[in-house]
Design a protein around this ligand. Sequence first.
Ligand SMILES: Cc1cc2nc3c(=O)[nH]c(=O)nc-3n(C[C@H](O)[C@H](O)[C@H](O)COP(=O)(O)O)c2cc1C
Length: 339
Amino acid sequence: MDIFETAKIGQMEVKNRVVMPPMDMYSAGDDGKITPFHMTHYTTRVVGGVGLVITEVVAVSPEGRISANDLGLWEDDQKEGMKNLVEACHALDGKIAMQIGHAGRKCEVEGLPHMAPSAIDFNPEEYPVPMEMTKEDIDKAIQDFQAAAKCAAEVGFDGLEIHAAHGYLIHEFLSPLSNERTDEYGGSLENRVRFLAEVIAAIKEVWPAERPLWMRVSATDHAPGGIDCDEMVKIVNLVKDDIDLVHVSSGGLITVPIHLFAGYQVQYAEQIRRECDIPVIAVGLIEDFTLAQNIIEDERADFVALGRELLRNPYWFLHALYRRKMKEDIPEAYHRAFK
Ligand SMILES: Cc1cc2nc3c(=O)[nH]c(=O)nc-3n(C[C@H](O)[C@H](O)[C@H](O)COP(=O)(O)O)c2cc1C
């Protein structure tokens, strides 16, 4: 495999294997709507040539926001800005997917309920003890995911990523460190996966079958008693028939030191790819071109995502094209800058 080749996620074709991962810009107004900043931010990365842009997390409900400045898609009048964003990316020959999520106990918006599978706080200094969700709360959250997915489909997003990572609501159900429920949503692995499985099933009722649907996971909680990558393999195996890909991150459920190094999470992507037989995106301190290319060439992952590097250097991929002597793929308007 080669980083520059066209590839597919489900039936969606992308022009190369480099992805911009979701990064919350905390730059929306408290109405959750797209601003001029978002238009420029995302279209700049499209001009920079990455195969796929994934939006920052878009909240499925007001209480599902991480901050008061998150994007949201719980009301009809939030759709217009999203549609403009999709159309702008398409006009530039780019593909754009949306990440949807619910912050769960990590909601930082004042005055809203903090929802979680169990009444266990993330961090007692900074976060209140959340409410244990009732069955009605769970049903509403699933409906909110479904409604947001329907809107995402209507405005034309090319793909949809379910945020099941980083200690937010879905991850909180998955991990025994945050889920101590004794009903059908807690306890056994199958029970802890139930909320995720129900979210996926609800989304599939409204998300077009020909457009890809996938999830982002934290492959490990980096903590004893939490999820490790072997358990994540079992989780993915339970839902993989209904998704097209897994975007493999780690951590975020509890505060623990993580040993960071270039490509530190690729090992998890590689294990899930191998043991679940599903395409994966690898992410995490992948900044160097040779490292990115080797991950793909060695078939450790199907796609590589570059987060902070693309914030610093939106034209990373144009430099890579130039280095590979593929100048014809650089926008013609920029040719004089790549002699
Ligand atoms: C400013 C910022 C905001 C982020 N917001 C999100 C988010 O909305 N959803 C998500 O799944 N990950 C989010 N992440 C994590 C990134 O997608 C990525 O996994 C992480 O930055 C590691 O990749 P990197 O080393 O290439 O930056 C965020 C990271 C940063 C730096």
